[in-house]
Design a protein. Structure first.
Ligand SMILES: [Zn+2]
Length: 165
C-alpha cells in the first residue's frame, strides 16, 4: 500500500460514520418491515435467537432497505476484461458467496444489483465494506487488478476490477 492509498484508507474510516443513511437515529428498538433486521443498542443486526423477543419495537425501515428503495448505492464495482467474458459464472458465484458471508455478519452490507453494461459487469452495494471486500476477493481468487476510489465529500466507494488474458 503506497502513501496515496494509505491516505485514502484513513479517509474511509473518517467518513464511515458519516453515511447520511445511518444518521437518522431510532429511539429504543425497531424492526425493519422489509427485511426483518432488528435495531437494538444503536446497531442493525439480524434477528438472533437471543434477541428474538424485541420489546416495544417500532417499525423503521433500515438504512440498507432505504438505499435499495431510493436506488442509492454506496459501493459500485465495475468488472471488465476478457477474463470476465470466459469466467462469468465463477466470478458471479464468488460475488454471491462473498455477499452471503458479509451480510450474515453485517446486516446493512448487501448487494443491490448485478447488471451487464457493454460487456462489463456492474455490481452495486448498500455498504462500503462489502464493495471493498468484493474487490479483494476478486483479486485473491482471480488475480487481476483492483483500483479503489473513495468518495471525497460524498460517502462512497468505487472499485474497478479488470483482468485480461
Ligand atoms: Zn431493511
Amino acid at each position: 500500500m503506497d502513501k496515496f492509498q494509505q491516505s485514502q484508507k484513513s479517509k474511509l474510516f473518517k467518513t464511515s460514520t458519516h453515511d447520511p443513511y445511518c444518521l437518522q437515529k431510532v429511539e429504543g428498538s425497531a424492526i425493519c418491515p422489509q427485511c426483518d433486521a432488528v435495531y437494538q443498542a444503536g446497531n442493525w443486526t439480524w434477528k438472533h435467537p437471543e434477541n428474538m423477543v424485541v420489546h416495544n419495537a417500532q417499525t423503521a425501515t433500515c438504512p440498507a432497505c432505504r438505499r435499495i428503495n431510493d436506488n442509492m448505492p454506496v459501493g459500485t464495482l465495475t468488472l471488465s476484461g476478457s477474463f470476465l467474458l470466459k469466467h462469468r459464472d465463477e466470478i458471479i458465484s464468488l460475488i454471491e458467496n462473498t455477499e452471503k458471508k458479509e451480510k450474515a455478519e453485517h446486516a446493512l452490507e448487501r448487494i443491490m444489483d448485478l447488471t451487464d453494461s457493454a460487456g462489463d459487469l456492474i455490481v452495486t452495494t448498500t455498504g462500503i465494506h462489502l464493495a471493498n471486500r468484493l474487490g479483494h476477493a476478486l483479486e485473491a481468487a482471480f488475480k487481476g487488478n483492483s483500483d479503489y476510489r473513495y468518495g471525497d465529500n460524498e460517502y462512497g466507494l468505487s472499485v474497478d476490477w479488470t483482468r485480461d488474458e
